[in-house]
Ligand binder design. Sequence first.
Ligand SMILES: [Zn+2]
Length: 468
Amino acid sequence: MSDSYSLYSPDLPNDYCGRFAPSPSGHLHLGSLFTAYAAYWRSLEQQGTFLIRIEDLDFPRCPRQNIPLLCQELQLFGLHSDKKVRVQSEHLGEYQQAIQTLLSNDFAYFCTCTRAQSKEQPCTCWMANKQARIREKLARDPDTPHSCKVNITPYLESEELQSFTDVNLGEVKQSDLEHPLNPYLTLERADGIIAYNLAVVIDDIEQEITEVVRGADMLDATFLQLPLYELDSCEPPVFCHIPLITDSSGRKLSKQNHAPAVFADYTPRTSTLLCLQLLQESVYHELLQQEDVVTLLQDLEQCEASLTALITAEVSTQLQKKLQAQLRKLSPKEKDEALALLTPTGLTNMLLLVATQAQQAELVAQREDDDFLSDYDDDDEWADEDEDEDDDGVRENWPRAYYEGIATGTYGPWSKLLALWSTALGETSWQQAQELTATYYELLTRLHTEVIGPHFQVHALPKKPIVL
Ligand SMILES: [Zn+2]
């Protein structure tokens, strides 16, 4: 790699640690995969650590069964965490502890404003809360709903927080923000849910994150989070805000805006190349000039085509029929979501996923337990659950249980899907699928680590939203 790729990186420590922190609100969409790749490539370019964290504190929006699903999809698209995945809901004690400390230092206060009141006038509860006895009374009073907040006005008005230096955007001023910031920052909502900004700051401190790569829609949040670092007497990480991807009408691609699942339309290869092109068109075209990169991409494409060719029309019909039969017990909405994934690309992705799981399970089996694989066929483990089985002995509540099973290490439903695929493909093709998958991920890993990572140029990222 030539020196011309040296980066503009203000005060970056050598022990670089980056992260991607999605919410498990549903399938991965292109907007979040785009941010994930940017964060991953940046950590590769810095030869640092890359961590995945699951932000699931908004429980109603982020059902727990979605977590394994999300982890599987990230893995499918080539994204692995270098350390154990941190799941926020497993760290509630740490957030509570931080709130207690802020309360006992008189920084945090209880707020009894209703949502409507908060909109009409600034919260003044912090004044009343100056008296510890009022705080203590509220803390013990379950009948008066209250949230916990901190008044960060002095920080927002301080000279230091008028701006910060972003790795991609350069100097970002508070006065450039579209809306004024609300200085009464919620730490814990009245319904007991820990607020996003607090949790993120605690996590980034705990995980020793040195640089946060995230979407430019988080600029406001950055100004709100910086005071929390000061309150905690911690150095904030460096921030790098990347452009958002919007649809043609300028709306951000998000779950709320019904962005389609990446799974249905893009393979790991095509999504990687699309995101690289969208983020760094010049780098993308430059890489395509290099012979060894072109060869690598051709091999990868060939491997993908061979894998897809195994799913013949006959196999596809057989699978679609069986998979649809599994969906009977889902709600109409869940069923529609699941069916939307059964595209030709979705089936190729599913085969990649299933074959990878088969290999991983075999490794586990060799390592830990000779009888592990034979346990796959043992229905006893599932017999006392009140799920019906169809003629083939396949459980009907796929895909939820499938995703749950593979990620939690209980391989029951997963083994059924594996059986379904291996039966449909026949022994020879199933064997080929596993070999092709192993090769595919070897090539994909090389594409990320040897080609894209070292050439990734953070100062060449676009500054404006990208219209898809
Ligand atoms: Zn209030």
